[in-house]
Structure formats: structure tokens, C-alpha cells
Design a protein. Structure first.
Ligand code: MG
Length: 229
């Protein structure tokens, strides 16, 4: 069986600050033993750094999908990077902006933002450079804000993350797929999993219509997982 597990709210209770949501060592061991018997994929909106901070080293048997489905790791090893594929090379843009002090290029996951709040020259020129770049490297979405121009290239969701992970795992189309998650961001994954004949369990009550059933809380998630290990 392939078991997808959301992290915050599923494997750890939601905490006031994300960095406080540290996994219990015994529970981590349980997930590890589950991963040896089945295939376990933790799927999170966190990036790898933020995840490692609360989970520690990812054991080799555990797969990890980060950044809302954009990256897949096996243990600590990055094995699939959709984020990189989506982003254009920003070097030509950076070079053109080098002569315009006060402009600042911010690279984010799956998008970039060109800030020009501190730029003293002709703003039209900054906008023109941006427009030229995006017309050559068309993004999915352009957001023109206050003294900031943003280009969005990668829009990821956990449904696409499930798809990517199944490809990486060379899923044969027959092995059972289970997904456990607690959040609205998991709904895309619920739909995907059910579409392929798998089972989606929601953590909490009442479950959304996209789920097959529910587990009341994190405690119950582990009780359930301990039957599967
Ligand atoms: Mg969650």
C-alpha cells in the first residue's frame, strides 16, 4: 500500500508557531516502520528546511513531498524538482537590473518578484524591462502590485504532488493508495486519490464530502497507523 500523510494537523497537532510542531520520536519510529512495510509519503506545504526543523533527518525509507507538491525527496535526497523546471533563468533580467540601483529581484518558490520601491529613476523603464522579460518567458500569472511586479510560474497543489509521487514510485495502478490529511489544501489530493480508486481520510469532524471517512484527531491517526504497520 502507498500511504500519503499530511504533516501539520495530521502527524502533529497544529501549534501556534510552525517551528513548534516537532514530531514525537516514538511516533517518528512508527512512521519509519510503516514505511518499511508499505510505502510512506509525507506530503506538506512546508519547504524542506522548515520541515527538517520539526521532523529532523528524514529516514531513507520515507518519501517526502514538499512545497505543496513541487519537490519529492527520498530520505534526504531530492529526486524530483518540479519547481526548478517551472522557473525561467533569471540571469538576463538580473543583468539588466544591475544598472538600476534601488531595484531588487526576489526569488521565491515558483515565482519571482521585482521590487522597485527604492528606485529613484524612471519607473516606466523598470516596468518595460519586466514586461519584456515575461513576454519572452510567459508565466501563468502576472501580479502588478504597489512598486512590485510579480510573475508566477509554478502553481502546485497536493493533488499534483500525489500524481508526481506516484510517478516517482512507479505506481502500477493496482497497489492500494491511502491519503490522510486535515486541511483544505488536502482536498485536491483527496479528489486525485479517489479518482484513481484510493481512499481519502480526513482528520477532524465533520469530514468534507471529498473524503471517504475521518479520524477524529492526531491521536486517532496514530492508533489507525499502528494497525497498518
Ligand atoms: Mg495539515
Amino acid at each position: 500500500m502507498i500511504i500519503f500523510l499530511d504533516y501539520d494537523g495530521t502527524l502533529v497537532p497544529i501549534r501556534e508557531f510552525p517551528y513548534l510542531a516537532v514530531i514525537d520520536p516514538e511516533r517518528k519510529k512508527l512512521i519509519e516502520s510503516l514505511a518499511r512495510r508499505h510505502k510512506a509519503v509525507i506530503i506538506t506545504g512546508r519547504d524542506k528546511r522548515s520541515f527538517s526543523r520539526v521532523f529532523g533527518k528524514v529516514p531513507e525509507d520515507i518519501y517526502l513531498v514538499t512545497s505543496h507538491g513541487a519537490r519529492v525527496y527520498r530520505g534526504e535526497q531530492l529526486i524530483e524538482d518540479r519547481l526548478k523546471a517551472e522557473m525561467p533563468d533569471l540571469t538576463p533580467l538580473r543583468e539588466r537590473l544591475a544598472g538600476l540601483p534601488g531595484t531588487f529581484l526576489e526569488e521565491k518558490e515558483g515565482c519571482f518578484a521585482l521590487h522597485y520601491r527604492s528606485f529613484k529613476g524612471n519607473e516606466e523603464e523598470v516596468i518595460r524591462i519586466f514586461d519584456e522579460f515575461v513576454s519572452g518567458n510567459p508565466p501563468l500569472k502576472v501580479i502588478k502590485g504597489k512598486k512590485v511586479l510579480e510573475a508566477v510560474y509554478g502553481e502546485f497543489d497536493k493533488g499534483k504532488g500525489v500524481e508526481t509521487a506516484l510517478k516517482v514510485l512507479s505506481w502500477d495502478g493496482k497497489e492500494k493508495v491511502l491519503y490522510i490529511g486535515d486541511d483544505t489544501t488536502d482536498i485536491d489530493a483527496f479528489r486525485k486519490v479517489r479518482e484513481i480508486g484510493g481512499t481519502a481520510l480526513y482528520v477532524g469532524f465533520p469530514p468534507p464530502p471529498e473524503a471517504d471517512g475521518f479520524l477524529r484527531d492526531v491521536e486517532e491517526v496514530y492508533r489507525f497507523l499502528s494497525y497498518l504497520k
